[in-house]
Structures are given as structure tokens and as C-alpha cells.
Ligand binder design. Structure first.
Ligand code: SF4
Length: 308
């Protein structure tokens, strides 16, 4: 094993309230998933190590909390939905048994009660004929249905927070729209707090109240979704939005951001976006750039976009 240590994520500060949906957006490798997994200590270790910081849930710091504390919270108060439902579901167990196990891991109820609750959950996520489908194996369901089962599993113990890591990326757009509508209903009906990780601004616009944009393991911009989409302050956010095609807006050049995000073992000095930024000046590469807050907006840039 190598001995070099690299910073994948650092100085990220996020909060989410009951009933609120926070979107975390950025290119692949920007640190979104590592941030999400760190919340409940799920970063594979080795090689990952959390060297500092705090994750406060109801006043309790979960970083460094004993394994039993984390285990009690995981899947009960804080639940995850991952991108690939086939990786969440065990292929050799019926979906009903897997749902019942998720419930009985945290609550001492009978097998019959757990099964009834599992059927209700499948109904909640709009799986047709839930009473019969509960005995299906995962391979008998479509990708969209399997993702609904993953959502049902995340909801099994009525958590306070759901962390959804690109849960619709592998689905076609119509199923994606249904899943997003479902999550939106659930947060409104149950007051769920959702942290939604994505690289898709369309998804963010549909579901999220606030967004945090990540680049090279740091938050570079944060604010209410409508305000950030209307007038992005960070040049990276601006360039990301320019990459999104808009239907019915007439002809325009579809921009791409030249270059690639930096590797964690080769982060440049100062602003990590500088090598790709058209506004970069020598000061951008001269040391740390702070995340400056103004009201509900925050941006980490020496020369934020003027429209913001
Ligand atoms: S700090 Fe400089 S290089 Fe970084 S985004 Fe702002 S203008 Fe561009």
C-alpha cells in the first residue's frame, strides 16, 4: 500500500432542514459522493480516512462516534439511495424479505408485521400489485421498479434524512421524472430532509430548494436554486449551466468546459478551477480563496460573475 496522502474533500460545510432538499452538484470526481458517504462513516477505509471535521445530527457528532451509534442511525434515522439498485438489493433474496430485514434490524416486530409494512412501503412507492410483487426476486423487476424498491428500503424506518446519490442517473427520463416526483411528494408529506447528489441541473431545478456546487473537493458556490440558476456567481457554475441544452430556446452553441478537473494528487495552488477559467488572473493561483457569504448566497471566487 502507498504511503502518500491526498485530500479528496476538504472544508465542506453543508446543512439541511426538515422538509428541505439540498442539491449537491458537480462533475464526476468533484467529491460529491465522498462527502455523502462521509456523513455516516461509509467511506471505505482503507484507503479513505476522515481526518477532521464534524457531522452533527440532532446535536450529536457522528464523526468518530462508536460503531454501535452509527449502526443504530444508519438506515433508521439517516438512509441512503444509491445510483445502482442492483448493488443495493441482494440478487438471491426476495424483495419482501430484504425490506422486512431492513425494518427488523431496527425494530422488534414480528415477521408478519414486517411483511405487512413492506407491502405498504411498496404501495407508497407506487409498485403496482405490491401484495404479489413482494415475493419477486430483484431480477424480475425493471430498473425503475428496482429503484423504487431501493427507495422503499430507504423509507422503511421513516428516516429524518435521505441521502440520494445520483438515484436516477441510470434510468430513462420518464422513469426519472416519476422517481423525482415521488421523492418530492415524500419530503412534503413526511418532512423528509433530502441531500440529492447529481450532475444534472434539470434534476436540481425540479427538486431542490438550495444547491451547493462542488469542484475539486470543495464547495465553490451555494445558494437558493432559482437564484443560482438565474444568475450563477462562480465561473464554474456559469460554465456548467452553459453546457445544458435548452429545448425551445432557438439555436445556440452548446458549450463544453475545456480541460479536466484536477486529480486529487495534483491540486493547483489557489483556485483549483484556474487552469480552466477564462477569467483567471495571477492572484487566483496565490493561495487559498475563501467562500464569501452574502445573504443566502456564497461563492469562492476573486471575480464572481457580475450578473449575480
Ligand atoms: S478565483 Fe479566479 S480562477 Fe478561480 S474561478 Fe474565480 S476568477 Fe476563475
Amino acid at each position: 500500500m502507498g504511503t502518500r496522502v491526498y485530500r479528496a474533500v476538504g472544508g465542506v460545510s453543508l446543512s439541511v432542514r426538515p422538509g428541505e432538499c439540498l442539491g449537491v452538484i458537480g462533475e464526476s470526481g468533484s467529491g460529491k459522493s465522498v462527502t455523502a458517504l462521509s456523513v455516516m462513516g461509509l467511506v471505505a477505509s482503507p484507503p479513505g480516512v476522515i481526518t477532521g471535521g464534524a457531522v452533527r445530527f440532532e446535536g450529536e457528532d457522528l464523526i468518530g462516534a462508536p460503531y454501535e451509534t452509527l449502526r443504530r442511525r444508519r438506515g433508521d434515522r439517516v438512509a441512503y439511495i444509491f445510483q445502482d439498485p442492483l448493488a443495493t438489493l441482494h440478487p438471491l433474496y426476495r424483495i419482501g424479505d430484504q425490506l422486512a430485514e431492513a425494518i427488523r434490524a431496527h425494530h422488534s416486530i414480528s415477521a408478519g408485521e414486517a411483511r405487512e409494512r413492506a407491502i405498504r412501503l411498496l404501495n407508497d412507492v407506487r409498485i403496482p400489485n405490491a401484495g404479489a410483487r413482494i415475493d419477486d426476486y430483484p431480477h424480475k423487476l425493471s430498473g425503475g421498479m428496482r429503484q423504487r424498491v431501493s427507495i422503499a428500503m430507504a423509507l422503511a424506518n421513516e428516516p429524518d434524512v435521505i441521502i440520494a446519490d445520483e438515484p436516477t442517473t441510470a434510468l430513462d427520463v420518464t422513469v426519472q421524472a416519476q422517481i423525482l416526483a415521488l421523492l418530492d411528494d415524500l419530503r412534503r408529506d413526511r418532512g423528509l430532509a433530502i441531500i440529492f447528489i447529481t450532475h444534472d441541473f434539470g434534476v436540481v431545478a425540479q427538486l431542490c430548494d438550495r444547491i451547493a456546487v462542488m469542484y475539486a473537493g470543495r464547495i465553490v458556490e451555494e445558494g437558493p436554486t432559482a437564484a443560482v440558476l438565474e444568475a450563477p456567481a462562480h465561473p464554474y457554475t456559469r460554465r456548467l449551466i452553459d453546457c445544458v441544452p435548452e429545448l425551445g430556446q432557438g439555436k445556440r452553441r452548446l458549450e463544453a468546459i475545456p480541460g479536466l478537473p484536477p486529480m486529487v494528487d495534483a491540486l493547483p495552488e489557489g483556485c483549483a478551477f484556474a487552469p480552466r477559467c477564462t477569467k483567471a488572473v495571477p492572484d487566483c493561483a496565490r493561495g487559498d480563496i475563501a467562500l464569501e457569504r452574502t445573504g443566502t448566497r456564497a461563492v469562492r471566487c476573486l471575480m464572481p460573475e457580475e450578473s449575480a
